[in-house]
Write a protein that binds this ligand. Structure first.
Ligand code: ZN
Ligand code: ZN
Length: 158
């Protein structure tokens, strides 16, 4: 496995995971697995761990299996595991750490992109029920939130 192939698989997996997370969130977590995801829409969360955190355990276990069977990177699926783990870590830091304040050291950011992402996800949490929610993705942000965040930043500077 060349370093370029490894990198390409990792990046492709990472990108695919954003789509996958959006799909799962919209059709599965707000569908048949609402029982696990509901805890995430009850705000503020009553406990440090939510039932929704099981999704991290599931994806963590999946990437662990890919690492263990991946022959230290000689097999292509090892790098799929790297992509899943990388996406999961970014998801945790941005979604749980920044947006939901579970990592208290990361409170404010001036990044237009992160502020837009925060707005879009707060929109998702406007509803506490299973239905009629919007903005199921995380890292891909609709242009309208980017525009809003840019306008806010411009106002702050003025
Ligand atoms: Zn949701
Ligand atoms: Zn959330």
């Amino acid at each position: 496995m060349s370093i370029f192939a490894a990198l390409a698989i990792t990046l492709a997996t990472f990108t695919f995971m954003e789509f996958w997370a959006w799909f799962m969130h919209k059709y599965v977590q707000h569908g048949p697995l609402w029982v696990l995801h509901r805890s995430h829409h009850v705000r503020p969360s009553p406990r440090p761990f939510e039932r929704n955190d099981w999704f991290f355990v599931i994806y963590g276990a999946l990437s662990a299996v890919l690492f263990i069977t991946g022959d230290n990177g000689a097999r292509w699926w090892f790098w799929v595991g790297v992509g899943i783990a990388a996406y999961g870590s970014v998801y945790f830091f941005v979604h749980d750490g920044l947006i939901h304040g579970r990592l208290p050291f990361w409170k404010k950011t001036d990044s237009v992109y992160l502020r837009a992402l925060n707005m879009a996800h707060k929109m998702h949490h406007k509803t506490q029920g299973r239905d009629h929610s919007q903005e199921f993705g995380l890292l891909w942000v609709s242009p309208k939130y980017l525009r809003l965040a840019r306008e806010q930043a411009a106002k702050k500077r003025a």
